[in-house]
Design a protein. Structure first.
Ligand code: NAP
Length: 291
């Protein structure tokens, strides 16, 4: 039998989002300091949070701290659970027209009575740093410049950092949410991967998992995908995060024996989302002032 020395010595790469984010913050701080020097103010991100969802509060708190650490001015508009869609839209209009504001983030999920997509779509394209508007997604799908949704764009930046060539890969995105699965598929397609999207009605997921060269798991179910169900040498990106179990959407047990590269949980995709929000906010101000 032929012994494959190359495969034996091929080390599985850990796609370390924490390391990349830390390095990236050093560069982002320089860019925000440059804006302060040239324009006379820091980049400014305004967050809107509706109601009392504890996870959303924690998440917005983490974003605030990251902004302050990295030279971004930020303010959170905490709106009551009973606010109306029109009241949220009025606030978004105000933020759109403020020359001091570079980015607007409306935390998902909003309470059920709020027409979330209508609120998202009120955010002007130049300030849509969280990549949530229909127009932004449409542009992205057409391969035209737009701020991408932060988690999938963070994943693309991480893959690029590790020089992972996407062209020609069979990529499988498991999940089709508006903030993650769909924009992820569009970004991979723009990078010339051959993209399949799986969802809860997909009938042959196990076959698709066995064929994919790159998998993005965005299912929202703890340890839903088993590492043993993947093709040898696959690149695995686990976008899921479940704080109580401290795990993602993939059971990573034994993954280093199967994948050629993978994102750990925690410390893989997670740190990239906030980093990308800051990256997009700084880019928004740079574009506004042509810096
Ligand atoms: P979501 O809106 O709940 O969407 C989940 C997707 O998974 C849906 O498209 C659903 O299909 C699909 N799905 C559910 N069960 C499935 C099954 N049995 N087989 C195949 N597909 C199935 O979730 P999301 O907001 O995209 O988030 C996904 C994961 O990413 C979660 O774990 C979340 O915590 C994580 N996340 C992380 C970050 C971060 O910053 N790291 C940011 C956002 C999300 P249908 O469309 O058919 O229902």
């Amino acid at each position: 039998m032929h012994f494959n020395f190359k495969a034996f010595y091929m080390k599985c790469k850990i796609l370390d989002g924490k390391k990349f984010a830390e390095e990236s913050y050093i560069k982002l701080k320089v860019r925000s300091a440059n804006l302060l020097e040239k324009i006379g103010r820091k980049p400014n991100l305004q967050a809107i949070i509706i109601g009392n969802d504890p996870a959303s509060k924690t998440y917005v708190g983490m974003k605030e701290r990251a902004c302050l650490k990295n030279g971004i001015e930020t303010k959170t508009h905490q709106l009551s659970e009973n606010v109306t869609t029109n009241e949220v839209i009025d606030l978004v209009h105000k933020l759109n027209s403020s020359p001091e504001v570079d980015g607007i983030l409306m935390q998902h999920p909003a309470p059920k009575h709020i027409n979330e997509i209508e609120c998202f779509n009120t955010i002007s394209l130049e300030k849509d740093v969280d990549g949530v508007t229909t127009a932004g997604y449409g542009r992205l799908s057409m391969g035209i410049n737009a701020f991408g949704s932060c988690t999938p764009l963070g994943i693309m930046r991480l893959l690029d950092y590790y020089n992972i060539e996407l062209q020609g890969l069979n990529a499988l995105v498991v999940g089709r949410s508006q903030i993650l699965g769909k924009p992820m598929a569009a970004m991979l397609l723009n990078a010339n991967a051959t993209v399949t999207i799986a969802h809860s009605k997909t009938l042959n997921l196990s076959e698709l998992l066995k064929e994919a060269d790159l998998i993005v798991a965005a299912v929202g179910v703890p340890r839903f995908i088993k590492s043993s169900s993947l093709k040898k040498g696959t690149i695995l990106v686990d976008a899921g995060y479940h704080p109580t179990e401290n795990c993602g959407d993939v059971d990573l047990d034994g993954i280093e024996k199967i994948a050629s590269a993978f994102t750990p949980v925690p410390g893989g995709v997670g740190p990239m989302t906030i980093n990308t929000l800051i990256y997009n906010t700084i880019s928004a101000m740079e574009m506004k002032f042509n810096v």
